[in-house]
Design a protein around this ligand. Sequence first.
Ligand SMILES: [Zn+2]
Length: 247
Amino acid sequence: MRNILLGACGALFVSAALAAEQPPPHWGYQGEHGPAHWAEVDSGFSTCALGRMQSPIDIRNALEADLPEIDFAYGAGPAEVLNNGHTVQVNLPASGGIAIDGTHYALLQFHFHTPSEEKVAGMTFPMVAHFVHKSAAGSLAVVAVLLKEGKQNPALAQVLDTMPAQGTTHALSGTFDPTPILPEKRGYYAFQGSLTTPPCSENVRWQVLKEPIEVSREQIAAFRKLYPMNARPTQPLNGRQLLESRN
Ligand SMILES: [Zn+2]
């Protein structure tokens, strides 16, 4: 048995004992393999077209509510940087997690999109980092951190300065703590959504932090050299509840 990493956003693992020699279905962000055609690429991707709770969304007219704080309990652990052909992803198998409303979600990985997949009142940011978490019961929670152009980000330098070539991974030397990547303020938008990459699975709990962090123009350029555009277009809200913390 071996595991194949399916989605940039999901860290969903599918055992593929028999299909080990078959390459994974080809999808991308442009042309005939682009987001409008993901459902045609593989029968397992039908939710990308049929789902009613898809991500990303344009965040507007959110309803203020007493949302629970996201209790971040990240720590230093081993890290592996993977360029999976859709994004650059940092796997963090032992770096803690988050708790929301008493549910603990272990951090699995974070990865990048450019421009940001989420829009806020119609506006995109140069990049976004998605922190993907999973509960013991198997449910997913993603925390999105928006990246705007500004000062060089030392916390991300270790990743953005040494991005591996496509299809390769490299382990970061020492340990890596994702805590300094987070913005100071932790107010957020909340909604139910999906993975933003095939198979677009739903029932993902989304938290988009309101405060962006800064990265330098050079850091954005370094990522765009590998991935000039890897953002799915925004999807219809379809009557979903969109909430916003009061802070
Ligand atoms: Zn993502």
